[in-house]
Design a protein. Structure first.
Length: 229
């Protein structure tokens, strides 16, 4: 008798208990199954690591920038300056032009043309003891400002649009708020020589050695202008 009762108790634990509801229809109630201690103690699977976001290009500095920032971010600019051989007579002429001009330089810190042209210009300024920013406190009668742009030449949007930028570097010379001329991508006679020509009035319009740009503005002088002695 006891053996029969034990068998019935085991069956009740394992089986689905059937009860009768209203109308005589059968409803099944499942016996809840407790998780095993091992399953309860198992740690949750670690979440998959988030995909890393794309890191900004450390060589692409955007917006107003300084020589010090460029050379710190891209040491190749320093070496380009060491290798450059500017015309120091033309550099001395830059210190003697009529005051009041503004030179805006749009460049790509990632761009080899920018590195070649602007590093050469900075070395020319070093040769006469002038600073890259110019101005009365920087040994020049004109100011120079620098704007870094992205590789698509779309950002910073306001500066790019205002300059009508197509290629870098682009050096824009203004007097009295009006553009006198610009040097684009590759200077035909050396950037310090052509910048002097725009500042002292011996050249206007577009100065470039780039075949992509030669037909877009006035031609550069047929011979390099001579600096003041």
């Amino acid at each position: 008798m006891n053996r029969g009762r034990s068998a019935l108790a085991v069956a009740a634990v394992l089986a689905i208990v059937v009860t009768r509801g209203a109308g005589g229809r059968a409803a099944a109630a499942r016996v809840p199954i407790e998780p095993s201690p091992a399953a309860a103690a198992a740690p949750a699977a670690p979440a998959a690591p988030a995909a890393p976001s794309a890191a900004p290009d450390p060589e692409a500095l955007l917006g107003p920038i300084t020589r010090e920032q460029v050379e710190a971010a891209v040491p190749a600019w320093v070496q380009a300056g060491v290798d450059a051989k500017p015309d120091l007579a033309a550099a001395q002429g830059l210190a003697a032009v009529a005051p009041g001009a503004e030179v805006t330089v749009l460049l790509g810190t990632w761009c080899s043309d920018s590195r070649r042209e602007i590093s050469r210009l900075w070395k020319a300024l070093d040769g006469i003891g002038a600073s890259a920013g110019g101005g009365a406190g920087g040994g020049l009668p004109f100011t120079m400002s620098y704007v870094g742009v992205d590789e698509a030449k779309q950002q910073p949007a306001a500066a790019v649009a205002a300059a009508g930028l197509r290629y870098v570097p682009t050096l824009i010379v203004r007097r009295g708020g009006r553009e006198v001329g610009r040097i684009v991508e590759s200077s035909p006679h050396g950037v310090e020589v052509d910048l002097l020509a725009l500042l002292d009035g011996k050249a206007t319009g577009l100065l470039t050695a780039s075949p992509k740009m030669k037909a877009a503005g006035s031609a550069a002088p047929s011979a390099p202008p001579h600096s003041r002695q």
